[in-house]
Design a protein around this ligand. Structure first.
Ligand code: ATP
Length: 366
């Protein structure tokens, strides 16, 4: 049978464990051996006990847990060819020819590069006498499949990434709690939420909690936004509202590309409206806690689809990402997904807002 290895890399997200569970169970069902690689790419480079064969029991009772039971890490060594050479040696040493990477765009970029270099890495290992040439035939092909685990929903070509829905649940639960205390004391709260350069969490949380004002990186406020925001907040108060909620995505910027921070917003509100204003930075509670039903289920589905991709006949597959389109899973070329995702970053840096909204359009809707 084949040997499939799986690792989780970059920031963790709820639902990664459900994904691991499906990969192990479906891999075994398909007659493959399944290996965990612990601590992301670092474990692939360090080898040894970091690469461990999994069995059906290894993934029992984990579907409801946040985080990732096999650990995740950021690993600078994997960015260097010398690191990737060590990683290749460890895969060959364990008889692994299939790799599933669960992570964000950085992790999947690394996976794509590794796949591209694979035969030249093998040649170098043979030249250095680290592996025998006979192994080259058996290991000449490495199949790579990516699955996007990220709370930010910042990856192109998939409608949802694993963890986003749970993070949203955590955010709206926190905002609901804050709304009660804010209302009692007639306060204004500014909530900073995660998302890096993607405003999805802030926007959707804002819609779901009746926020008064939302800041997202993709749509910086125009003109005299400070005044407009204050007018809006005070008009809601005049209409009888006992509180105001402002949500700011951590990557928010103004039209010149300068950061808009919670502290800045607070100062504007206090100076202009003299409201009792507090800041709550939700931070890592957004990543923690139990995965939602949605994340457990897409984790299961994407994990199973990744295994099916690897165990189907065609041996020399181009690396793909398992994406969600509507309610359908589709396999998309990894390189295209990564390119599109990185293009958004470029357009954000160029401050081409119309194009940003167009590129993100699939997820924000009209
Ligand atoms: P998140 O969205 O949660 O930040 P991510 O996968 O984008 O997840 P990164 O820190 O960008 O997180 O990448 C994780 C790891 O992937 C890096 O520490 C590195 O080991 C590897 N990696 C990222 N980019 C590259 C690259 N260009 N070449 C090789 N490896 C890379």
């Amino acid at each position: 049978g084949q040997a499939i290895a799986v690792l989780t890399s970059g920031g963790d997200s709820q639902g990664m464990n459900a994904t691991l569970r499906a990969i192990v169970r479906c891999g075994l069902y398909a007659g493959a051996k399944v290996f965990f690689i612990r601590e992301g790419y670092q474990g692939m480079i360090d080898g040894g006990a970091n690469i461990e064969e999994a069995n059906s029991l290894s993934v029992s009772k984990i579907i409801h847990k946040g985080g990732t039971i096999i650990g995740s890490a950021r690993c600078n060594e994997f960015r260097e060819r010398s690191g990737r050479l060590k990683a290749a040696k460890n895969l060959v040493g364990n008889g692994i020819t299939n790799l599933i990477v669960i992570g964000g765009d950085g992790s999947l970029t690394g996976a794509n590069l590794f796949k591209k270099e694979w035969s030249s890495l093998l040649e170098e290992l043979i030249r250095k006498g680290e592996i025998f040439s006979i192994e080259n035939t058996k290991y000449s092909c490495l199949s790579v499949v990516g699955i996007v685990g990220s709370i930010d929903n910042d990856f192109c070509q998939t409608d949802m990434t694993i963890g986003t829905d749970s993070a949203l649940h955590r955010i709206i639960e926190s905002i609901d709690a804050i709304v009660e205390t804010a209302s009692s004391h007639q306060r204004t709260f500014i909530l900073e939420v995660m998302g890096r350069h993607c405003g999805y969490l802030a926007l959707v949380a804002g819609l779901a909690t009746e926020a008064d004002f939302i800041f997202i990186p993709e749509c910086p406020p125009e003109g005299d936004w400070q005044l407009k925001m204050c007018e809006k907040l005070s008009s809601h108060r005049k209409a009888g509202q006992r509180l105001n909620i402002v949500i700011v995505s951590e990557g928010s910027i103004d039209r010149n590309g300068n950061a808009i921070t919670a502290e800045m917003i607070k100062n504007i509100i206090v100076e202009n409206l003299n409201q009792d204003t507090r800041i709550t930075v939700l931070g890592h509670v957004q990543r923690g806690g139990r995965p939602s039903a949605f994340d457990r289920v897409i984790g299961c589905r994407m994990g199973a689809e990744a295994v099916m991709t690897l165990t189907e006949a065609d041996p020399e597959k181009i690396p793909c990402v398992i994406c969600l389109e509507g309610n359908q899973l589709v396999r998309r070329p990894l390189i295209d997904c990564v390119k599109d995702t990185q293009a958004i970053q470029k357009v954000l840096n160029e401050r081409n807002w119309e194009k940003v909204v167009r590129l993100r359009g699939d997820r924000f809707g009209p």
